[in-house]
Design a protein around this ligand. Structure first.
Ligand code: NAP
Length: 273
């Protein structure tokens, strides 16, 4: 059972994909509906049902006279400028703010909501099925108790990794935030290569998709390192070794990933301004 904010409700701003996934996870892990207030002018129907079925409070806009224990920001970055100012009254000395908005810095959040205990978190899309991973950075105002509470709230979507500097969030974004797209593209590349090797396109896609999904699940369940799991399927002089000789060559995948992650990180820095 999760620790719940003692200083006020968990106020969730935005019950879309990410906010909705978090709310679903909180309720499953023992947070009482009555301890959560969702502010969203038009939550999607599935969310409206989740809210109604679990006795979660809901408002279209920030009500007067409430101080949030946790203010959880899960709206699109582009609308944060408009969404944040009316929320200022929800922030008191005991409030911890958590933002999952990509690219929105602590300075930006502070410029709208004032100096407060604030956490910037970067989840990724597998959070939708409780299998994400989240990088998080807490500013100096966040107390140990608040950090523990935020950790509990974030971990409903998968493991939480705390980083030492806010700049590290840009690298987290490049590795795990954007990372699922790299893996989906790997599936596309493997399927296309399979088609070129003579398989029907749909068969090649099914093989590639299930291979990546199954390998991911094996990685998830096994205590072994990724390198060990790779070695386990690589017999000397065999077919896997022949393919890995290409993929692991000096001009193989590693330099491409170095460039790709550096580009994503640079873009995250640019977007943060
Ligand atoms: N999706 C991901 O995998 C992912 C990963 C990492 C970080 N994030 C971050 O999570 C945040 C949310 O992304 P998302 O994909 O969940 O977006 P989303 O599905 O569009 O959810 C945002 C929700 O906020 C609602 N909303 C709009 N205006 C509002 C207001 N004034 N007050 C309260 N709620 C309002 C939206 O309603 P309408 O639809 O009616 O506008 C929608 O229900 C973003 O900042 C994104 O960077 C997402």
């Amino acid at each position: 059972m999760m620790a719940v904010a003692v200083s006020g409700p968990i106020v969730l701003i935005g019950a879309g994909n990410m906010g909705g996934a978090m709310l679903g996870g909180w309720l499953k892990s023992g947070v009482k509906g009555g301890d959560v207030l969702v502010i969203d002018p038009g939550p999607p129907p599935a969310m409206a049902k989740l809210i109604a079925d679990n006795g979660v409070s809901h408002a279209a806009a920030a009500p007067e006279g409430i101080r949030a224990g946790v203010l959880f920001l899960a709206v699109k970055p582009q609308i944060m400028d408009a969404v944040l100012p009316p929320l200022k009254g929800l922030v008191g000395p005991e409030t911890v703010i958590v933002s999952v908005a990509a690219g929105k810095t602590l300075r930006f959040i502070e410029s709208h909501l004032g100096e407060a205990a604030t956490v910037r978190a970067m989840p990724n899309t597998p959070a939708m099925i409780g299998r994400g991973v989240t990088g998080a950075y807490a500013n100096a105002r966040v107390t140990e108790a608040q950090r523990a509470l935020v950790h509990d709230l974030l971990k409903v979507s998968g493991p939480v990794e705390w980083v030492e500097t806010e700049a590290d969030i840009d690298a987290v974004t490049a590795v795990s935030g954007s990372g699922p797209a790299y893996v989906f593209y790997l599936v596309e590349c493997m399927a296309e290569a399979g088609r070129k090797a003579g398989l029907k396109a749909d068969l090649a896609m099914r093989l590639a998709r299930e291979t990546v999904a199954g390998a991911g699940e094996l990685l998830h369940q096994s205590p072994d390192e990724a390198a060990q799991l790779r070695q386990n399927v690589t017999s000397p002089g065999g077919t896997t070794a022949a393919a890995l000789a290409i993929l692991m060559a000096d001009d193989g995948i590693q330099p491409l990933f170095d460039k790709a992650i550096a580009a994503a990180r640079k873009r995250a820095e640019e977007l943060a301004g």
